[in-house]
Design a binder for this molecule. Structure first.
Ligand code: ZN
Length: 113
């Protein structure tokens, strides 16, 4: 395995892998190896459209289904094109400026064009 990691609990580096976990010999703390590896990637920051394509700020997208806007009678029609999206993270991660207004939409209802 790789060089010893600092223990998240006591910060000493007297650690070793044991099965799926790292174990700290000093304080006995155990933590999963998978979690340690994940923290170095930035998977959470990647937002993907309905087809699994990665979206970035400024992309153009189309809606792949009709979306009712909460609290209004507005329905955003399937096929509506949105230019220059802005990614904001969170539950509704795509900020879309349209003729009908400004809407926060889920990336899973969008397709990159
Ligand atoms: Zn420790």
């Amino acid at each position: 395995m790789s060089a010893p990691l600092a223990c998240p609990q006591c910060t000493l580096e007297n650690t070793y892998p044991d099965g799926d976990n790292y174990v700290c010999a000093d304080c006995g703390y155990e933590w999963p190896i998978a979690a340690a590896a994940d923290s170095e990637e930035d998977d959470d920051a990647v937002i993907k459209d309905a087809n699994g394509n990665v979206l970035t700020n400024g992309d153009s997208v189309v809606l792949i289904k009709d979306l009712k806007v909460k609290g209004s009678s507005t329905t955003l029609k399937v096929g509506t094109k949105v230019k220059s999206i802005r990614l904001v993270g969170g539950d509704h991660e795509v900020d879309c400026k349209m003729d009908a207004g400004n809407f926060m939409l889920k990336a899973c209802y969008l397709r990159k064009v």
